[in-house]
Design a protein around this ligand. Sequence first.
Ligand SMILES: *[C@@H]1O[C@H](CO)[C@@H](O)[C@H](O)[C@H]1NC(C)=O
Length: 358
Amino acid sequence: MERIKKFQVSISSNDNINITHRASGNWFPTMRLRRGPKCYLLASAAVFFILMIYINDLTYIYSYLNNKVPVHRHVLRWSDHESKVDQRQSRIMITYKGRLGNHMFEYATLVGMAKRYNMTPIIPGDLDVLDVFKIPTLQGPLSLLREPYNTYTEERAAAYYKGVENIDPTRDAYLDGYYQSWRYYKDVRDDLLDRHFVLHDNLQIAAKQYIQKLRDDKNMPDAVLVAIHVRRGDFVRQRVKGFTVAPIPYYYRAMNYFRKKYSKVLFIICTNDLIWAETNLDDSPDVHYSHETDGSLDLAIMISCNHMIITSGSYSWWAGYLVRGEVIYYAGYPQPNTKIGNLTVKEDYYPPNWMGIM
Ligand SMILES: *[C@@H]1O[C@H](CO)[C@@H](O)[C@H](O)[C@H]1NC(C)=O
């Protein structure tokens, strides 16, 4: 009896037959939703989730919503590619302490050691470097290391650890530390630049456009591009630990080096303290301040320049390492006889072809 009541047939005066569905409402509740805030909320949530499934990439959505250059991470899951891996090869992984710049040191060391000992490198799937570069290394959990594996713990964060010269290639290996030295990967530099630290297409395009627009605005189409990274922020407040920041004269000396060497130079300043930089540094027409707040795009812009003036910290260091020209660094970092100073051997930290000035 109930079911019959659900449909009501009526014949109107103009001979149309209308069948009205009298929704009972107990089998499809959304039928009962009136057009109202609840309905719109549900609809937009549905659209959002469908979009997310379509894109299958939270980083993309996150960066898009935060007004950053959106990129698609390369997802190279171990489980998807396992069949192509030589299972007889030992595997190697490394800790990831710190942030983007630290992760780049650690990843580069992993690549260097994997190459040196012919091992299979594996990284976690959630590294910051994946948001910037098209990293071609398989991603998997630590449990992929087969027991018993060896752990190699560095002695000092920015001093070459000789223990890596005796890695046992017959067992899986786990590297523990910051591993901040160019010496770990000096034999694979080209590989790092050409194959590992390759910018995501969107970032590469955005950086190129940024630079082109700047050249047009300044009317300097053929100027030599020198990027300057001004690291301050947290470093300013940690001087006692040895985190020195470059003083004002350092920037003028470094800039003059390039001004003397090339007739036309265009400087691009990237910094995490724009107010200090704009207040204290050069405001000549050949100097541009990046107002990007996106660490990825700034890095992309800097490494797309010809030369680099770096200051302190690992983010600055990597902008220097990835640029293909000359690098000037602030020789006053870190302060000797401090916590950080004691953890650093400058010859291990700064590549020999970089020029240190005060
Ligand atoms: C740094 O090393 C020197 C010499 O070994 C030592 O005297 C000093 O106490 C150390 N400083 C810190 C902050 O660890």
